[in-house]
Write a protein that binds this ligand. Structure first.
Ligand SMILES: NC(=O)c1ccc[n+]([C@@H]2O[C@H](COP(=O)([O-])OP(=O)(O)OC[C@H]3O[C@@H](n4cnc5c(N)ncnc54)[C@H](O)[C@@H]3O)[C@@H](O)[C@H]2O)c1
Length: 334
């Protein structure tokens, strides 16, 4: 039986997912919901699907096996609530929201209903990340240094604090998520941020363009993650380094460098990123839909909530000037 998928959002990432789904056996994009019927129908026509302007109309009009939610951070909340009400599994793109209120409300309903969910932390599906995670579990991490350095995305919602939640919440969340995935939970954050230049160059920019966040981990390790969006296009880069007594494990989205001194089969070598992690993320979700086996899903809504708690705590720390202790274990079940 062909699985019928609905997509919400008609932007860049909706199309990335729709293309992957279309290449898979026994799955099709059945419908697309956008902010206007025109945008929805324009995207839907590419996939021989139906376009809708209202989510409720799409869910009434189609029998969907799952929905992909690919909207900007400020648009989450009522979409997920409607899907949960109707018992429709969903894959939602990161971040879960601009803040923590909506994710806390949604996660409670997800956990009560045991609905199948997946969140777009695709780096978790990289082979190089799997190698790094395994290695970090076998040795003592002293500290980690992470970064997401680049230019400012062109879409207007990204530049507004209330639209995106800021760079740390919107982009650098990937690095925070990898830190947790490989080295365990974070207990405290302290953050500083500033607007240095982008608000002078472009109109309506309210997000900070530089930030540095210090994190304490449950294990006793410490971490520092910096980001900027003031660089010219093509400069900078993202990465995460783990400092251990066997040397530095140096990950970038393209590869992992294993230190010479590591007692590891890849010591001194480069581990390639491996097969397309977006495809693996989609395969894991579709496999779970077909079989009920969720074991291949590496980030579900409850887990992503804990990453969101860290990034939004960093924003709270910027605003208060004080360190913020995290509560995740008390309100999001592990
Ligand atoms: N995992 C990744 O690597 C990755 C990469 C890119 C984007 N993303 C995430 O995907 C999300 C979307 O990013 P994008 O680049 O596609 O943005 P985009 O601006 O290109 O597209 C967003 C789309 O959502 C639509 N939209 C907004 N509110 C809506 C609503 N209530 N109902 C229906 N449609 C709505 C907009 O009209 C637009 O078509 C963001 O959260 C982003 O962080 C993830």
């Amino acid at each position: 039986m062909t699985l019928q998928i609905g997509i919400i959002g008609t932007g860049w990432f909706s199309k990335v997912h729709a293309d992957i789904i279309t290449r898979m056996e026994g799955v099709r994009v059945a419908s697309v919901c956008g902010t206007t019927l025109e945008k929805a129908e324009a995207m839907a026509s590419v996939y021989d699907a139906a376009g809708y302007e209202q989510l409720e109309h799409m869910l009434d009009g189609e029998k969907l096996d799952a929905v992909y939610v690919c909207v900007p951070p400020m648009s989450h909340g009522s979409i997920e609530a409607e899907l949960i009400k109707r018992g429709i599994p969903f894959l939602v793109e990161k971040p879960l929201s601009t803040g923590m209120d909506i994710p806390l409300h949604i996660v409670e309903q997800v956990q009560q209903s045991r609905l199948l969910t997946s969140v777009g932390y695709h780096f978790r599906y990289q082979e190089a990340v799997q190698v790094m995670k395994q290695a970090m579990q076998e040795q003592k991490v002293g500290m980690a240094l992470g970064r997401w350095m680049g230019g400012m995305p062109g879409v207007s919602w990204w530049r507004r604090q209330e639209g995106s939640g800021g760079q740390f919440v919107e982009q650098t969340t990937h690095i925070v998520d990898l830190l947790r995935f490989c080295a365990g939970e974070v207990t405290e954050v302290y953050a500083v941020a500033a607007q240095r230049s982008m608000h002078e160059k472009h109109e309506h920019v309210t997000v900070a363009d530089v930030a540095n966040v210090t994190l304490k981990l449950e294990s006793g390790a410490i971490a520092s993650i910096a980001n900027t969006c003031l660089l010219p296009d093509g400069e900078g880069g993202a990465g995460l380094q783990f400092y251990t007594d066997a040397g530095v494990w140096d990950w970038t989205p393209e590869r992992l460098l294993v230190p010479d001194a590591a007692s590891h089969p890849m010591a001194g070598l480069e581990v390639a990123e491996g097969p397309n992690p977006y495809e693996r993320e989609n395969e894991a979700f579709i496999h779970a839909l077909r079989t009920g086996d969720r074991s291949r899903i590496l980030s579900d809504y409850a887990d992503a909530c804990r990453t969101q708690e860290i990034t939004t705590a960093a924003q709270a720390s910027v605003e208060s000037g004080l360190p913020v202790k995290l509560q995740s274990s008390s309100h999001v079940a592990r």
